[in-house]
Design a protein around this ligand. Structure first.
Ligand SMILES: *Cc1c(COP(=O)(O)O)cnc(C)c1O
Length: 465
């Protein structure tokens, strides 16, 4: 009977929504959402009472309010917002890969309203979508022509479908990759209608394997860059130029799926990544790469190569389904202009971060550390660490860097607190400590980062006390 009285004490929706602690939450969400949350919480509370948990009116209100605040926090964690990337992973796929250049951001903003995405303003006539961007990309890579689609997966799909549907495409068993997020090459083949013809073995594939596999039903040879793993030991693969010679001789198209989209030689930075211009000059008919990996631009799939093939791609009905929007084209055009101007390492955040001197990263760490106010029992040290390229580019890359290492607090709790609220800060956990690699943190983010670390540490230590 006590429970019947308690059930009558369950709070009403409007009473909850007027609660002081929910003032900010009720501003943030539409009433319908709030009402749904309150009803769910009240119903859970009712169930608990029926199960014998004693809630008086105040207790029930507290229960429901806490539940709403948790829903609010969960929603904040899902909402897309800016993140300070202190993971040291430069191309973090979960964080949107390459950060864009300032000029690209400006151009996206300019194009957000009306923009001449398919119009030549001089003639006033309709033009091909992104025609200038495509021309710049051709100039940059040395290719005859360029087609831009939504991402590199779309590029692969479009190319296989329009060049090889119902026919065979030869690929080495050492290159039958899963790129991540369930993108598996054999499945892409199946979806495109092209027939996968595997040759060679996991570690060794010779030119003669390709030669023996070519028949009158062969449409293409595809080479797929091993962008997220590496093979060591006894590994053999023919050079792209040998595949090109074979393709020419037998009338077979040669496709190079590079993925990472590196424009310049990065060996000075200790990275051995094939470049797009090198594949074009080796004679590949079509070279495919992502816009948001080492190219340092927006998400896009860029196909460069010979016009006899690109014209077919452009005419494909799939093209309409895979095309990119005006804002992406604006960012891509700006990024291509930066590459062409030769200022990439100065103006593209990705290349800037990649070429940061570890000594400068170390002093960046020190600057942040000096701004921190730390309670007893918590320490922050500056130590060496390794950054990674990530995002399916340059597998196994370990770039010397420096980080802030926070000890004295539960690492999972600390990492979760750093991620919540604004700015959201993402670090790594290593040996049960949170580390914040400063290679991927912009100078302009340092003060915000320091303030966030101080406030989170102070919250956690005063709660403990
Ligand atoms: C990353 C990658 C892809 C997929 O690129 P998205 O732009 O993510 O679709 C395809 N092929 C290779 C070799 C890659 O590295």
């Amino acid at each position: 009977m006590a429970s019947l009285e308690q059930l009558q004490n369950l709070p009403a929706v409007d009473e909850i929504l007027r609660h002081d602690h929910l003032a900010a939450t009720t501003q943030r969400f539409p009433r319908q959402q709030l009402v749904e949350w309150v009803r769910a919480a009240v119903s859970t509370c009712r169930q608990e009472i029926l199960n014998g948990r004693p809630y008086d009116a105040a207790g029930a209100t507290q229960f429901v309010v806490t539940h709403i605040l948790q829903q609010d926090q969960a929603e904040q964690g899902r909402r897309q917002q800016a993140v300070i990337n202190a993971t040291g992973i430069l191309l973090h796929t979960n964080l949107g890969r390459a950060p864009l250049a300032a000029a690209a951001v400006r151009r996206m903003q300019e194009s957000a309203g009306y923009a001449n995405v398919e119009m030549n303003l001089q003639s006033g006539k309709r033009s091909q979508r992104g025609a200038r961007t495509c021309r710049l990309l051709s100039q940059l890579t040395g290719a005859e022509d360029t087609v831009v689609v939504n991402n590199c997966a779309a590029a692969t799909m479009l190319v296989l479908q329009s060049i090889a549907a119902g026919r065979e495409v030869i690929v080495s068993r050492g290159q039958l990759v899963e790129i991540g997020g369930g993108y598996r090459l054999p499945e892409v083949f199946a979806a495109s209608g092209a027939i996968l013809k595997e040759v060679g073995t996991t570690n060794r594939t010779y030119l003669r394997d390709y030669e023996n596999a070519v028949t009158e039903n062969t449409a293409a040879i595809i080479r797929v860059h091993r962008s997220n793993f590496f093979l060591g030991g006894f590994v053999t693969e023919p050079d792209l130029s040998d595949l090109v010679a074979l393709g020419r001789e037998r009338g077979v198209t040669v496709i190079d799926d590079l993925g990472s989209g590196c424009m310049q030689d990065l060996t000075d930075l200790g990275l051995h990544e094939p470049t797009v211009p090198a594949s074009v000059s080796a004679g590949a008919d079509l070279v495919l790469f992502s816009g948001d990996k080492l190219f340092g631009g927006p998400q896009a799939g860029i196909i460069v190569g010979r016009s006899i093939h690109t014209e077919g791609l452009r005419a494909s009905p799939m093209m309409r389904a895979l095309r990119v929007d005006k804002v992406t084209l604006a960012a891509l055009e700006a990024t291509a202009e930066i590459h062409l101007s030769g200022d990439g390492s100065k103006e593209l955040p990705l290349l800037q971060m990649l070429s940061k001197d570890p000594a400068d990263i170390c002093s960046s760490c020190e600057r942040v550390r000096h701004q921190l106010s730390l309670p007893d029992g918590v320490s922050v040290e500056v130590t060496e660490c390794h950054s990674q390229v990530g995002g399916g580019s340059v597998p196994g890359s370990e770039i010397p860097s420096f980080c802030l290492q926070i000890s004295g607090l539960n690492s999972e709790t600390l990492a979760a607190r750093l991620r919540s609220g604004t700015p959201a800060v993402l670090g790594r956990i290593q040996d049960d400590r949170v580390i914040l690699d400063m290679r991927t943190v912009r100078d302009a983010e340092r003060d915000e980062l320091a303030a966030k670390i101080s406030s989170v540490i102070s919250q956690l230590t005063t709660q403990d006390a």
